[in-house]
Design a protein. Structure first.
Lengths: 353, 353
């Protein structure tokens, strides 16, 4: 009998297995500033809504709404569009995969800037697409890439890990020039001064992705949202897993989206602490990239290597993110946390220096 | 500017959109026997575990375990295998898709008996595979199909909607003859006298799928499990969405799986009511297929058309399942419910007759 594993598609067999991000063990006293989670818990209305379901748990034996209609309605209402222009996913990660499965045929080209989200090449490989990885800067500047032959373009805005936003003029020009689908992955847009959501009313080849994992403090719940013209949403809807969001994820996300005051409170706090952290690090001689997100990318002063600082901070009880990629190895990405966490971090950096 | 929807892959554009199953409106007094949900709520330990998380909801801002390790460990323990032989999915629907993406290249052949689960052809089409739909019986009998050129075979056992199980001897022979991957979809196996789980230790091209949607009363939670040799699980793990199960789904599923006494209580009740319903319908002249599942497929007595009976029952407040497929249009599939529900159903049928 032949070995069953040999039936694996060659693209999949050649891929490395997924390596999960560093997570502190439960109960450890580490301050976790490496995965851009919210410093605040989600809106208390989430816990109220989910606890309510658990009080009448017989409903759990029933299938949830496969279409997440109520969630789409609320998302549409707060975003100024129709619910037919919204899709809900099991995290925006599912929506990235669904976009690939909907539009990209084997050997078609998928483009993105490097550095950006490391899941894009993984999902493209699984789909069997060709990867076109573009340098983020040409001669030190953002530029409009050559879009010839590109079927799908993933643009992360605000960019991770650098934190800057692409302007709506830039996005308009790219959408216009692209003979394919443009996905603007706006995971961090709630922390930015502007966003591209309104452009879905201008372009029928544009998909905007959002997530509840960052600004809503719900990374545990795995809920992402996609916005586009109804005709595109209709195609994406055929491809997503048919019951892709469980009842508690739907109920929790509805409660979180409905509480926009709480979102604003979180966003204001993060922006304030981002300014505080940036100023404090600049005082210590760090170069700080201006950020529109809930993290800052910083380069330590001359004589201090980022990789060494990351290791020293870990010993002192702080997780921050170091990328070995040559374009990023000079710096560190630090998630914005509470004032007390930021002050402890600054003290630790002073002690290391 | 060209219309963005034209970038859709032809397989997807030609597909019909997903049509969700019939769901009674909230608060309606209908007795729902059409989608094989459990007549009992889930184990009360599920609500306790999820409510506990909500009491300390700050954890919700953190990413969940991307590997669902604790859930895999519990599933492995109660199934007599290693946790490296288990994968957890966002419903077994996600695992069906993951299996296709892992093993099936464009234009390779995916086979299944018809009738079986209507999602198989949909997912195969999205993947770009060729569909080989095989008649369930040849000259009235189950048979071993010609496996030439088949890369992936989906076998539903117990079969839906007829309710019979394929024997382990049958499954062994099919796994041996198949030059590809055999998936045995055991959504209803907890209600059956036997199952094929132990065969994953014999065959390295066999994947067994289970779900918590039926016997565990957790259709709302979207948790499925896959069992196979570790080498296959490793490949599937690369392809699933990387954070595919949210924290509450993991915690709830762990609590449900750990409460095997409660599972046995549910299963015993369903088997007892399956016998009661079968006998009562036979007394009324129905032909009842012997069932190993939580439903029965029944053919009304001569002179009563299944399609008419379904409509009359709906008017009387009962949802049962009618299939227009010519092989099934003579009968109805009825989910086994509580004794009171079954007695009301029998009374309604008597009144209609």
């Amino acid at each position: 009998m032949s070995s069953g594993v040999n039936y694996t598609r060659s693209e999949v067999r050649q891929m490395a297995g997924y390596v999960p991000g560093q997570q502190p063990s439960p109960g450890s006293r580490i301050i976790k500033l490496n995965t851009n989670e919210s410093p605040l818990p989600p809106s208390p209305k989430v816990a109220v809504a989910i606890t309510d379901v658990m009080r009448n748990d017989s409903i759990m034996r029933r299938y949830p709404d496969p279409q997440s209609m109520e969630l789409r309605r609320i998302a549409a209402r707060i975003s100024g569009c129709q619910s037919s222009q919204v899709i809900a996913g099991n995290g925006s990660d599912e929506l990235l995969r669904v976009v690939l499965d909907t539009f990209v045929e084997k050997d078609e080209t998928v483009a993105f800037f490097s550095p950006s989200y490391s899941l894009y090449p993984v999902l493209t490989r699984i789909r069997g697409g060709r990867i076109k990885s573009l340098p983020l800067f040409q001669e030190g500047s953002i530029y409009q890439p050559d879009t010839d032959g590109i079927k799908l373009f993933f643009l992360t805005s605000p960019n991770a890990p650098l934190g800057f936003s692409f302007s709506n003029d830039y996005i308009r020009e790219l959408a216009q020039r692209l003979n394919g689908i443009l996905v603007v992955d706006e995971a961090y847009a709630d922390f930015a001064g502007d966003n591209a959501l309104a452009l879905v009313h201008e372009f029928d080849n544009l998909i905007i992705l959002r997530t509840l994992s960052k600004s809503y403090g719900l990374a545990s719940l795995r809920v992402g949202l996609g916005f586009a013209v109804s005709a595109l949403i209709e195609q994406l809807d055929k491809v997503r897993d048919s019951y892709n969001l469980d009842r508690l994820a739907q109920i929790g996300a509805q409660a979180a989206l409905a509480d926009q005051d709480y979102l604003q409170k979180t966003v204001s706090l993060v922006i304030k602490e981002r300014q505080h952290l940036s100023a404090a690090l600049q005082d210590l001689g760090f170069k700080v990239e201006p950020s529109q997100a809930n993290f800052v990318f910083v380069t330590p002063p001359q004589g201090c290597l980022a990789v060494d600082l990351q290791a020293a901070l870990e010993k002192s009880g702080f997780l921050v993110r170091y990328f070995s990629n040559p374009d990023l190895a000079h710096g560190l990405r630090i998630t914005v946390g509470l004032r007390s966490e930021m002050d402890q971090l600054i003290d630790a950096i002073k002690n290391i220096g």
